[in-house]
Design a binder for this molecule. Structure first.
Ligand code: SF4
Length: 464
């Protein structure tokens, strides 16, 4: 059997019984659930019961690439992770850029569905389509980055082919993330905490072959044309404003810019490897919108160090920062103690120790591990209005274009690429045709968008 754009197989992994089962899916199913987010949402709704607890064995953790993500073209370096979220209670559909998506695409499966809970810490490796479990007790307790290093050395794998949780996921911090490669994060909705609740430390891949594309030459041509047009526009913008080039943006707003951390085959290079002059920690990957947001703070260096620590602990850095700002305001209002193990809550010096307390769920960190809303609910009173204020402030994200946003989310294409004028519906249509041979109409796009919204809405309705 050969399909264009997909393997036709989904791997079901039973962690409780250490068992595997591969299931074939129909062409019709792939057409209906073309994106990784859609595939994850489908299994979550089909295979979990009403009232499923985010940390129970019955919750699922689904890694999926979808039909387009994982090929060599702009905006395709993504994979999706779905689960019931421990922080919102809703259907998490977290995305992540970087290189892991390409490995997942070449794993032999279009989606890997984890269920159950391992009795002792485990990792899963898939080599040329063959899955096997690896004991992970010797790695448990290590940071996400160190875990990738240890497994990489022990099994001769590239770090980019490994995703892991850090201490935050192990301890079920509600905004724990899954860390891929050198610091890309599947950060939203606490998917790392779900992975930790299953005693799954890492998921590793040794590359097999990606499914054939329907028209590979066309795919290369589209990618090249897209890159050329994007770069030309960026250069024009750079000349016009002196600010269009991402490197100059980074150099202007941050004290040290180390290097780009590019996604494969994508011309934007919007994830950067940066550090701070005074940072004792390793440089960290930050996308440029977040970096700009941090640069507005009087002390961006401390937040870069915090970002680095979040990559190690496997914490969503956006939620971590909001949670700390919430804690600082609560301490100022006298709602929580302002002394943190010798530091004063609100001082910049307290940021890094507080992150450690959160990741380890010690002292005040146990309360803050619930995230802004969870902690506000626990504290009560004025804390709820502080939480509202903090969450409204939020953080800057890449601008999303209305006419493409619908397709990107549903199809697991990179949302950050939506700032590009070139990434319009025509590009998405052409790229899907080159990969799958499908003739895509505006109705298809609408159906995918609606299906994603309906999956989330049905899940929310089911859970009341
Ligand atoms: S737009 Fe940015 S984050 Fe997205 S795939 Fe391209 S380089 Fe990666």
């Amino acid at each position: 059997m050969h399909n264009f754009g997909y393997h036709g197989q989904v791997l079901h992994v039973d962690l409780t019984n250490r068992a595997f089962r591969a299931a074939s899916m129909t062409d019709k199913w792939y057409r209906a659930y073309a994106g990784g987010a859609l595939m994850g949402g489908y299994f979550l709704l089909r295979d979990t019961k009403r009232g499923v607890d985010a940390f129970s064995e019955e919750n699922l953790l689904v890694f999926a690439s979808g039909v387009a993500a994982g090929y060599d073209a702009p905006a395709l370096s993504q994979f999706s992770v779905a689960a019931r979220s421990p922080i919102s209670g809703g259907m998490a559909m977290a995305q992540c850029e970087g290189e892991f998506g390409r490995y997942l695409k070449a794993s032999g499966y279009d989606a890997v569905v984890f269920r159950g809970k391992a009795k002792t810490p485990l990792a899963l490796i898939i080599e040329d389509g063959v899955p096997r479990f690896i004991e992970a007790g010797w790695v448990w307790g290590n940071s996400a980055l160190e875990s990738a290093n240890l497994f990489s050395r022990a099994y001769g794998l590239r770090r980019e082919a490994i995703v892991s949780i850090g201490q935050a996921g192990e301890n079920r911090v509600r905004f724990a993330s899954i860390v891929a490669g050198a610091g890309n994060q599947s950060m939203q909705e606490g998917v790392g905490a779900v992975m930790g609740s299953k005693n799954l430390k890492s998921f590793m891949l040794r590359s097999g072959a990606r499914p054939k594309a329907y028209a590979p030459e066309k795919l290369i041509g589209i990618g090249a044309a897209f890159s050329g047009a994007s770069l030309e526009r960026m250069l024009v913008a750079s000349k016009d404003t002196g600010a269009g080039d991402s490197r100059s943006i980074m150099e202007r707003i941050l004290d040290q810019y180390r290097s780009e951390n590019p996604c494969p085959s994508c011309p934007f290079g919007c994830v950067h490897h940066i550090g701070s002059k005074d940072a004792p920690l390793a440089a960290t990957s930050v996308n440029r919108w977040r970096a700009k947001s941090l640069a507005r703070d009087p002390n961006p260096g401390i937040w870069l160090q915090a970002n680095s620590l979040c990559n190690s602990y496997g914490l969503d850095p956006v939620q971590a920062r909001l949670t700390l700002l919430f804690a600082f305001e609560c301490a100022e209002a006298g709602l929580i103690d302002s002394d943190v193990e010798g530091f004063t809550m609100g001082d910049y010096a307290s940021v890094l120790p507080l992150l450690t307390l959160i990741a380890e769920r010690r002292g005040i960190g146990d309360l803050l591990s619930l995230g802004v809303w969870g902690a506000a609910e626990r504290i009560g009173g004025e804390a709820v209005s502080i939480a509202e204020r903090i969450m409204e402030r939020g953080e800057s994200h890449a601008p999303v274009r209305e006419d493409t946003a619908f397709a990107l989310d549903a199809l697991s294409l990179c949302p950050y690429a939506s700032h590009s004028r070139e990434l319009g519906p025509e590009f998405v249509r052409e790229i899907l045709y080159a990969i799958t041979g499908w003739d895509i109409t505006a109705d298809d796009f609408n159906r995918w968008r609606m299906r994603r919204e309906r999956l989330k809405a049905l899940f929310a309705l089911r859970e009341g």
